[in-house]
Design a protein around this ligand. Structure first.
Ligand code: TXA
Ligand code: MG
Length: 310
């Protein structure tokens, strides 16, 4: 199969209508999408990514009306969160409706729903005419794709179509909050911060470890081929030539490749691309500077920790 790279929304949507998978951009990262009601199309996503069947997918909707189709119960807090943050980089987990195939939700009685804000993603989902089940468009375990070329690296000639869009705005994945329980629980930190969520409901808590509610969080994630090492002021580095560095502050060492970010927003936007660039140039180690786990820093540290875990 030859992968078609296109800017045409209707061309990309025609593959979805034929039960195929299509990679498409969102404001966070690229997604690998299929018609959420077509079990065999969704099956292809799992196969292509090498994704465990116990790791459910996010369903992407065009309009808020579609949420009622997919979810059986929307709590008051969930309503407030949807009102405030949809469309945008927030995924809410709700009790699911029976029409959604169990494969999409990994046999859970809940469903993850997101409404992207990127105009192109919305037009694409609208053109498909169905909600789109989509995980991030990368091989399981690898860094998420923030450019169509990354998607091509992972899925060249394995998927029929990549919808090309503008540069993604955020570069890390959406915040995932479980609203099927009361009070809601933050399962994956992301662009919408814990502090922003707590302004909607002070009772919202954080659960990033312990008994794992978000099945995806137990797997190694976001990791390049190079070894990722968390860097702080006490780090002692010997072989810096074969190593790369990314962070907010200029390091003391003369690393082979250095990326200094001027803000947390830029750090988040650049980190996955940096990981992939380091792999193209065969760096052995990537030192990533630790940041305070506040605001967007919580999401950045979450990704760095997963990428550096053995
Ligand atoms: O920004 C994003 O969220 C991107 C774009 C493409 O929308 N998508 C994305 O999908 O990051 P994925 O599959 O890489 O991550 C989805 C996360 C996983 O950790 C998964 O376990 C969790 O959401 N999840 C999905 N459905 C769930 C559910 N019903 N209950 C708990 N966690 C769920
Ligand atoms: Mg992912």
């Amino acid at each position: 199969m030859k992968t078609i790279i296109t800017r045409s929304i209707s061309k990309a949507a025609s593959f979805i209508k034929n039960g195929e998978v299509v990679a498409f951009p969102t404001e966070t990262v690229y997604g690998l999408g299929a018609d959420c009601f077509n079990g065999s199309a969704v099956e292809k996503i799992f196969r292509l990514k090498g994704r465990a069947k116990d790791n459910p997918l996010i369903v992407h909707v065009y309009s808020k009306k579609d949420i009622k189709l997919l979810a059986s119960e929307i709590s008051i807090v969930a309503r407030k969160l949807i009102e405030k943050f949809f469309p945008g980089p927030l995924t809410v987990i709700l009790k699911k409706n029976y029409i959604v195939p169990d494969l999409v939700t990994a046999d859970l009685d809940t469903i993850a729903i997101r409404m992207p804000s990127m105009k192109l993603s919305r037009e694409f989902i609208n053109k498909c005419g169905v909600p789109i089940a989509a995980p991030s468009a990368n091989l399981s375990g690898s860094p998420s794709s923030v450019h169509w070329k990354h998607v091509l690296d992972d899925f060249k000639d394995k998927i029929p179509c990549i919808l090309v869009g503008p540069v993604v705005k955020y570069g890390i994945e959406s915040t995932v909050i479980d609203c099927s329980v009361d009070p809601p629980v933050l399962l994956r930190p992301g662009v919408i911060t814990f502090e922003q969520l707590r302004k909607i409901d002070r009772r919202i808590s954080l659960k990033l470890s312990g008994r794992i509610k978000s099945p995806g969080m137990k797997y190694k994630h976001y990791a390049p081929q190079a070894k990722v090492i968390i860097y702080n002021s006490k780090s002692y580095i010997t072989d810096y030539k074969n190593s790369a560095y990314i962070g907010l502050d200029r390091p003391r060492e003369k690393f082979g490749k250095i990326c200094i970010c001027s803000s947390l927003t830029e750090y988040a936007a650049r980190i996955f691309k940096f990981f992939r660039d380091c792999d193209y140039r065969a760096y052995k180690r990537i030192y990533v500077q630790a940041v305070d786990e506040r605001g967007l820093g919580l999401a950045i540290m979450n990704r760095i920790k997963k990428a550096s875990s053995e």
